[in-house]
Design a binder for this molecule. Structure first.
Ligand code: SAH
Length: 330
């Protein structure tokens, strides 16, 4: 919902300013349109429906995986593709994965979004409309900025959206921002008030390998990135999640396990090994056995890691996959 357009429309009609908050509260609680907003006068509801689109996004395509994961592909009003995912876990957790940009200016070689053309930053309203769409499906409690784009390159909008997520039931403590290691963004998040969790996409334990698969590493090498993560930890006292996508024969060897264990202080970092979702790139995911022996090697070297449960593989739920495949229309 375009909040500015809503506020302007209300002001033109000489409506009290609290009407905007009323409309927002309905949306945040899962209303599917102005018609449901029974504390707004009927003529006003009708006018708003005409003047202010209920969402800044058009739903283009939605699929549900056999494991309950829902993935939605949207278009912005200027036709940019973005996607969001709802993950349902056995313990009742409902977590959404949001996009911060359409496409991504970074070019991580294994990532489907990285191979798309960069569109633009999303507004806070466009970010929130992804969440509101999922909220209309069911109540939510967790959020990760792990969809398309690099959230730290659009941090104003991401933080503005994050500070409104509690109205949907998602506290800042249950919100995580994932980054390639964009140092100025990590620094800003470290300095900012809300206790939002930091997640780092590391994917390689040495600069040589990391620069090869993530060109952004040339700009912000590992030592600088980890120094910024340490500051975030020192300031907020929250573990930093490290994501490590397992690429067969690339970053899953014994030597890399040893280097990784040396690099990461277990009192600061929580390591998550991510099975690779094949995307048509040149990479293959490490086998289940290779992931398990990597995990055991890490444990021997003193670093505990969890292996991410695969969700939504049958619906191309990895970052950028649905948009990159050009899926559209019902
Ligand atoms: N740009 C941010 C936010 C995107 S998060 C970041 O990189 O952290 C998306 C996460 O999914 C990142 O850790 C990314 O490296 C990972 N990813 C991308 N493509 C993937 C794939 N095909 N399979 C598994 N993980 C993937």
């Amino acid at each position: 919902m375009d909040r500015r357009l809503l506020e302007e429309t209300l002001a033109e009609r000489h409506e009290p300013a609290y009407r905007a908050s009323q409309a927002w509260e309905w949306a945040a609680r899962g209303a599917s349109g102005y018609g449901e907003m029974t504390n707004l006068p009927q003529p006003l509801r009708e006018q708003l429906a005409e003047r202010v689109p209920f969402s800044t996004l058009e739903l283009e395509h939605e699929v549900e995986s056999s494991d309950g994961t829902v993935k939605a592909l949207f278009a912005t009003l200027d036709g940019r593709p973005i996607e969001a995912v709802l993950m349902r876990y056995g313990d009742g957790r409902r977590s959404i994965c949001l996009s911060s940009q359409s496409g991504c200016p970074l070019t991580c070689s294994f990532c489907a979004t990285g191979s798309m053309r960069f569109g633009r930053n999303l507004s806070a309203d466009e970010i929130l409309d992804q969440a509101l769409h999922m909220r209309r499906i069911e109540p939510l409690d967790h959020c990760v900025f792990m969809g398309m784009g690099e959230p730290m390159m659009n941090l104003d909008a991401v933080l503005e959206a994050a500070t409104r997520l509690p109205d949907l039931g998602i506290s800042n403590r249950h919100t995580a921002i994932s980054t390639v290691g964009w140092v100025p963004g990590i620094e800003r998040l470290a300095e900012s008030e809300p206790p939002i969790r930091l997640a780092l996409s590391l994917h390689a334990p040495t600069d040589e390998l990391r620069s090869r698969i993530m060109p952004v590493n040339e700009r912000y090498p590992i030592t600088e990135v980890l120094a910024a993560c340490r500051r975030h930890h020192a300031r907020h006292g929250r573990m930093v999640f490290v994501e490590y996508v397992m690429l067969a024969g690339v970053n899953d060897g014994g030597e890399q396990a040893r280097d990784l264990a040396r690099l990461l202080d277990p009192s600061i970092y929580k390591l998550n090994l991510i099975p690779y979702n094949p995307t048509g790139s040149a990479y293959e995911g490490s086998s289940r056995n290779a992931i398990e022996s990597f995990r055991l090697r890490l444990a021997d070297a003193g670093l505990r890691a969890t292996v991410r449960v695969v969700r939504g593989r049958d619906i191309d739920a990895a970052c950028g996959q649905l948009a990159a495949s050009g899926a559209s229309g019902p």
